[in-house]
Design a protein around this ligand. Structure first.
Ligand code: 3PG
Ligand code: MG
Length: 389
């Protein structure tokens, strides 16, 4: 792909409109996880240091288009503006009327502007051209840096790139794409993918695409139950998908998928459920599989240790409950201890990595959830494709 990079452009004196994904969790007006905000800082600092006029835009949540902020105050990016100001130590102008009064989008010298939630604008989600033209009119250069939203073709991620005088990729987007390419297109072998989560059906294309490129595939959570059932084991009351047994068998023919030899079961799904370790062949009709067992955790950890590239999405057990957390903890520690290249993505995976304190030991943690999965399943990211011209 021939994509212009922000680093290669002369930004001095230019109005630079940067699309970030600042869609972060907010509770009672406070940012509760700042990963995406911190990931965007190098891009914003680059613009400031280069003497550009930075105008940042993002969505937050899924508000209603055309409905005023007073009627949906939870849609406001104001807490993010405050947070950005504290981290950057520069004035942040949060601007709501930028479509009608574009001059208001210009920050004071040395400061930045954060445009209010783009998803409140009529036409944003349908990628309306008129709206895209109005975003484009705010800038000399459009910088697409929102990897987490690159799978959405919307006015602020896709349309704007068509009409802006220049459009390029920001450093965060470039880093994300490089990490994905390094893991999937030109990886050092052996390559392992760990895919957990509730359902095979939601990740079937991800599994199929990975099976073609990896040497080993570890499946976890409800996904593993479907593979166990396909291999002929009784999975009791566990979540599994009978319709997908055939798909599971086909995947096991294409690539090596080691199945758990022991599991942690309970009779109910709850924080206080009594956990019991069993060989997988001893699972009873009333049992629910909620984690891998200790023997499996040890053998998966050994396997992980032998790999040179690891792609991780999804926990292997109900790690939120302590008695079912050991499997995911063992996986997290083994990924952290691996000296090769490790890439992790998706909200639950990042929560697990955070919980087990190994954030600094994973080579690259993606800011994308849906976008990460779309890329891994081989889909084109429209907001990246539009930059390629
Ligand atoms: C996300 O958190 O998944 C991204 O910010 C994209 O948001 P969306 O799924 O509402 O488009
Ligand atoms: Mg999403």
């Amino acid at each position: 792909m021939a994509i212009l990079k922000m680093e290669d452009l002369d930004l001095k004196g230019k109005r630079v409109l940067i699309r970030e994904d600042l869609n972060v969790p907010i509770k009672a007006g406070q940012v509760t996880n700042d990963t995406r905000i911190r990931a965007a800082l190098p891009t914003i600092k680059l613009a400031l240091q280069a003497g550009a006029t930075p105008i940042i835009m993002s969505h937050l949540g899924r508000p209603q288009e055309g409905v005023a902020l007073v009627d949906q105050p939870e849609a406001s990016l104001a807490p993010v503006a405050d947070y950005l100001g504290k981290l950057l130590q520069v004035p942040v102008n949060i601007c709501a009327d930028y479509l009608d009064n574009p001059d208001n989008a210009i920050p004071e010298a040395g400061g930045i502007t954060l445009l209010q939630n783009v998803r409140m604008n009529m036409g944003e989600k349908s990628n309306d051209d008129d709206l895209a033209r109005r975003y484009a009119a705010l800038c000399d250069i459009f910088v697409m840096d929102a990897f987490g939203t690159a799978h959405r073709a919307q006015s602020s991620t896709h349309g704007v790139a068509k009409f802006a005088p220049a459009a390029c990729a920001g450093p965060l987007l470039s880093r994300e794409l490089d990490a994905l390419e390094r893991s999937l297109k030109s990886p050092e072998h052996p390559v392992l993918a760990i895919v957990g989560g509730a359902k095979v059906s939601t990740k079937l294309e991800v599994l199929e695409n990975l099976a073609k490129v990896v040497d080993q595939l570890i499946v976890g959570g409800g996904i593993a139950n479907t593979f166990l059932a396909a291999a002929g084991y009784n999975v009791g009351q566990s979540l599994y998908e009978p319709d997908l047994l055939h798909s599971a068998n086909s995947l096991m023919e294409v690539t090596s998928i080691p199945l758990p030899e022991d599991v942690v079961v309970a009779c109910e799904f709850s924080e206080s459920a009594a956990a019991q370790v069993k060989p997988v062949a001893d699972v009873q009709n009333e049992d629910m599989i909620l984690d891998i067992g200790p023997r499996t955790a040890t053998s998966f950890a050994k396997l992980i240790g032998d790999m040179r590239t690891i792609i991780w999405n999804g926990p292997v057990g109900v790690f939120e409950f302590e008695q079912f957390a050991s499997g995911t903890r063992a996986v997290a520690n083994a990924v952290a201890a691996n000296s090769g290249f490790s890439l992790a993505g998706g909200g639950e995976t990042i929560a697990a990595i955070d919980k087990f304190g190994v954030t600094d030991d994973v080579s690259y943690i993606s800011t994308g959830g849906g976008a990460f999965l779309e890329y891994v399943q081989g889909a084109e990211l429209p907001a990246v494709a539009i930059l390629d011209r």
